[in-house]
Design a protein around this ligand. Structure first.
Ligand code: FCB
Length: 480
């Protein structure tokens, strides 16, 4: 007897449901049920230049690595060999797996290695990447700034100085003019909130400053202004472009909801980390560390879509420790964790993130979502349960247009170097060998079917079956 039917029978025996309901074949019903995504929905992966290209010797991250600031003094070295030619086989991997989109970034320090020198060959290469992606049936989403700055910019004070705004605008105009034939979807910045937090509050990213909230807010402000300048510059050379920004959203819930200090600090961290760009770009207001805001009407509405990066959700408890800015972050008890415990499996947090993103009133792309998991223990379930939350958002009519998984292949994970594994494909940086994880096949099926059914869940993540295809019939009967 099928398992679920056995359960039905048991309930009938207990008198919870009438006996005549016994032949209710829930397994069969579940197998017929399907989560369907809208036609044209984008399925793909995301990468960043510095993490996969290798040999990016002219940016501040290379200098940081070579100053021994990364875990175990690791360096990005030749990366995943993209600059040496392997980009093409990885693009082909994605295309063969049935993806229809790919997100990658261009490296500013290659295109403009010195303030008054432009490298046309580098630009031409990115043009080839974008053209090839299109030819392979992958819609390219191109990020213009993903954590790295040309060394010359850092030496001039980086994003703490307002000159960076005009510098970035000039760079972006150049890139957009060169790639406009092949790129429609642009992202100005990747996670400016994380760049500012890590670089100026926590210190794990260059320039490695700590607890400098004033500098962090200056950087956030300049990046918001640079975003608006880039938005305008791209539209000038390419009127039909879709220009967005990629924001890292991290839900912050009070660890003890009944304890007002937890509620207060969770809310404050939420306002700082998540809400800065909402206020700037949707409302035209710049907030400062004290949450007082000033009008910046020129920023308002400079957004054709919002890119959402979601990994996990935090529980925050009030602490007197200044180094944690009075909020200690943890995860919900019992949540499954990534290999190094940095990401908790909280798929409903993606739904909450999407609700937040929907307030921008523009289309939404999930531009990153993924988990560090070398053995693919959690990823299949993580993938399916997060995609399910996207579907929940879609049935509310929230305008989600695509889901890009982080990442295509394992890559150089910033302060953790090569010790984190986010790829659908494993990549050994020594041998450059790629190996498909089961999730690569699972994701291929998702992309090819534009949705999923219970058979796919059973095959790759049986643990997710009760979540994704619960015994709905039983629940309904129980409720009556
Ligand atoms: C995000 C970054 C991306 C990658 C993932 C794991 O914060 O945008 O480059 O490091 O985390």
């Amino acid at each position: 007897m099928p398992r679920l039917y056995r359960k039905t029978a048991a309930l009938a025996d207990e008198g919870i449901i009438p006996t005549r309901q016994r032949p209710y074949l829930e397994d069969e019903m579940a197998l017929a049920a399907r989560y369907v995504f809208p036609e044209g929905f984008l399925w793909g992966t995301a990468t960043a230049a510095h993490q996969v290209e290798g040999d990016n010797t002219a940016n501040q991250w290379w200098a940081w690595e070579h100053a021994g600031r990364v875990f175990q003094k690791q360096t990005s070295g030749p990366g995943c060999g993209w600059w040496r030619g392997r980009w093409k086989e990885d693009f082909a991997r994605a295309a063969d797996a049935g993806h229809n989109a790919i997100r990658f970034s261009v490296e500013w320090s290659r295109i403009q290695p010195e303030p008054d020198r432009w490298d046309e060959d580098a630009l031409e290469r990115y043009r080839t990447w974008a053209r090839t992606a299109r030819q392979m049936g992958l819609e390219p989403l191109v990020t213009l700034h993903h954590f790295t700055d040309p060394l010359w910019l850092s030496e001039q004070g980086g994003w703490e100085t307002s000159e960076a705004v005009a510098r970035f605008r000039t760079f972006v105009e150049r890139v957009a003019s060169a790639l406009r034939e092949y790129v429609r979807l642009w992202a100005t910045f990747n996670e400016p909130n994380i760049y500012a937090y890590r670089g100026y509050v926590e210190g794990a990213f260059p320039p490695g400053r700590t607890e400098d909230l004033a500098a962090a807010f200056t950087v956030l402000t300049h990046m918001a202004q640079a975003h608006a300048a880039a938005y305008e510059a791209i539209h000038r050379v390419q009127p039909d472009a879709q220009v967005g920004i990629v924001l890292h959203y991290r839900g912050m819930r009070p660890a003890r909801p009944w304890f007002p200090p937890d509620r207060w600090i969770a809310r404050l961290h939420h306002r700082w980390l998540n809400d800065f760009y909402y206020h700037a770009l949707a409302r035209g207001r710049l907030i400062g560390p004290g949450l007082r805001s000033q009008a910046a009407p020129e920023l308002r509405g400079t957004l054709d879509y919002v890119g959402l990066n979601y990994y996990t959700e935090d529980q925050v408890r009030f602490t007197l420790r200044r180094s944690e800015v009075f909020g200690a972050h943890g995860f919900p008890a019992g949540a499954a964790l990534s290999a190094h415990g940095e990401i908790a499996h909280v798929p409903a947090g993606l739904y909450r993130a999407l609700r937040w993103a929907n307030a921008f009133r523009v289309p939404i792309y999930i531009t990153e979502n993924g988990v560090d998991d070398p053995d693919d223990r959690l990823r299949p379930r993580y993938l399916l349960e997060h995609v399910h939350q996207v579907w929940r958002a879609l049935i509310n009519n929230w305008p989600v247009r695509g889901y890009l998984h982080w990442s295509l292949v394992d890559n150089f994970e910033w302060e953790w170097g090569w010790t984190r594994h986010f790829g659908l494909w494993a990549c050994d940086p020594q041998t450059q060998r790629r190996t498909a994880r089961p999730s690569a096949h699972l994701f291929a099926a998702l992309a090819q079917n534009n949705g999923f059914d219970a058979a796919l869940v059973d095959r790759y993540a049986p643990a997710a079956r009760p979540v994704l295809f619960p015994a709905a019939g039983l629940d309904a009967l129980r409720a009556t």
